[in-house]
Design a protein around this ligand. Structure first.
Ligand code: GLC
Length: 500
């Protein structure tokens, strides 16, 4: 548990902290009984150093499992061997990607923590073994996998030094100063992804979403010809500036890059990135804390849930949870602990704090006498599910209205998306439409300032009804022609006949 589950010691069991395989089966059955799907996080790139394979691998140079992992001699040179890593590769958590093992006098490779040695997918036994691990869970009934760092699974066969990154900032970390051409998206990776997909295709209705941080043109290659990931995660909403023009351009670029039949997806938050509510609220000057109106965090959810494709929402974002500042002494995340000077930038604890269920001790996350693994947000007594449940204007009820609308409307589920050119007024405007049903215009003011929109063009001289706004006081009503939006307001308009 050095990286909280991303260091697997046994691919076919449940960590005792979380229960047993029987508990897992019950969880799955109860979820399925409620028509919920369960996908597991599969971590094939690396194991824990406690995994039986690694214990064997490190035991001697001629152990049959030695080459299940990436072992290399120290680089030539003077000085003690442990100071001579085989090449310049770096870890995502800070520091060399090589750890010296005195017992056999070689280094093993890891792009994350030193307790997460990386598997060698050029060894003929490794992939088949991992595919069998997938079958183990698919046979139990899981609906698919989120595959951890799938694009990193193969490394350069010659272990060449990575070249300098020409775009690195002057004060960039060593990891960001090199261009990861020999550790990421390495030639041959698509073949591995295809074999993983083929396992899913042995079963009915299973899916695979790949964790991939790559520019859009490379990202979409992980759809293959419909024979790789069902969805390569699209993280750009997290990474792009909160700017209507930039996001509008990206939506078009992404849609244009998708291969035929490639189903889009959008991610607004995850356990590795600072929370969206913190980011967008910080960037807006005028947002009054806890106000029911003008909250850019609501605009963000409206964006996520009205774009074309599968949305990924991170727990707590539906009630507007924010990052919780964690003092260094309380940090748990290796990315923080290994980069003390930069822990506020790279540490991932702030977005991993307990879910805020209610106003009771520890927000109902754990028993009152227990100590939660990370501190709670100061405002958890106000911002929690129970409090928001009873307030019709709360973020949670707003989120529920959004999801209900999406569920009810074919245009929002599978309609086309057309992004309109935004004037320089900070408003992102797009429409979703199906040939025979109602269409929708989505207007998102990503700016603090109010904006006046002339909707005649977008509405094609038809009238439309406001059906949902992030500002509760707007109410519903007819719109024709011009519309004045509040700062940080998002509005969905129903246009009662397809627009063309
Ligand atoms: C992925 C996970 C992250 C983890 C890393 C190593 O990026 O999302 O949480 O630390 O892989 O497994």
């Amino acid at each position: 548990m050095r990286d909280f589950g991303y260091d697997v010691a046994d691919y076919r069991d449940v960590h005792p902290l979380f229960g047993t395989l029987d508990d897992f089966d019950r969880l799955l059955a109860e979820a399925h009984a409620r028509d919920l799907k369960v996908i597991l996080d599969l971590v094939p790139n690396h194991t824990s150093d406690e995994h039986a394979w690694f214990v064997e691998s490190r035991s001697s140079r001629d152990n049959p499992k030695r080459d299940y992992y990436l072992w290399r001699d120290p680089a030539p040179g003077d000085g003690p061997p442990e100071t001579r890593p085989p090449n310049n590769w770096q870890t995502h958590f800070g520091g060399d990607a090589w750890t010296y093992d005195a017992h056999t006098g070689q280094f093993y490779m890891h792009q994350f923590h030193r307790t997460q040695p990386e598997l060698n997918y050029r060894h003929p036994e490794v992939l088949p073994a991992m595919l069998d691990n997938m079958r183990f869970w698919l046979d139990r009934g899981v609906d698919g996998f989120r595959v951890d760092v799938i694009w990193l699974m193969l490394k350069d066969e010659q272990f060449r030094d990575e070249p300098p990154n020409p775009h690195a900032a002057a004060d960039a970390r060593p990891f960001d100063r090199i261009d990861h051409i020999y550790t990421a998206g390495v030639e041959g990776i698509h073949d591995i992804v295809r074999q993983m997909r083929a396992v899913l295709d042995e079963y009915d209705e299973r899916m695979m979403v790949g964790e991939i941080y790559l520019p859009v043109e490379q990202l979409v290659t992980y759809y293959g010809d419909g024979d790789e990931c069902h969805m390569p995660f699209n993280f750009q909403l997290i990474l792009l500036p909160w700017d209507a023009r930039v996001i509008g351009d990206y939506i078009r670029r992404y849609e244009a890059a998708l291969p035929p039949g490639g189903w889009p997806n959008w991610v607004l938050g995850n356990h590795d990135q600072h929370r969206i509510a913190t980011r967008v609220r910080k960037e807006t000057e005028f947002f009054p804390k806890n106000s029911a109106s003008g909250d850019p965090a609501r605009v963000a959810q409206m964006l996520l849930l009205t774009l074309r494709g599968t949305p990924t929402c991170y727990y707590g974002d539906e009630i507007g949870m924010e990052d919780v500042p964690i003092p260094f002494e309380q940090c748990m995340d290796p990315a923080a602990l290994q980069q003390p000077g930069l822990f506020e930038v790279w540490g991932r604890d702030p977005e991993r704090t307990p879910m805020q269920w209610d106003a009771s001790p520890h927000a109902g996350f754990t028993a009152p006498e227990a100590t939660p693994w990370l501190p709670l947000a100061d405002d958890y007594r106000q911002r929690n599910v129970a409090a928001q449940d009873g307030d019709p204007d709360s973020m949670l009820n707003f989120f529920r209205r959004l999801t209900a609308l999406r569920r009810a409307e074919p245009a929002l589920q599978r309609g086309i998306i057309e992004v309109f050119d935004v004037a320089a007024n900070g408003v992102l405007v797009y429409r979703r439409a199906v040939p025979d049903g109602d269409s929708f215009l989505v207007l998102l003011n990503l700016d603090d300032r109010p904006a006046t929109l002339d909707l005649q063009l977008a509405l094609d001289n038809r009238a439309a009804n406001v059906i949902l706004s992030t500002v509760a006081s707007r109410g519903e009503g007819l719109v024709a022609g011009a519309l004045v939006m509040a700062g940080n307001e998002g509005i969905i308009l129903r246009v009662s006949k397809a627009l063309d």
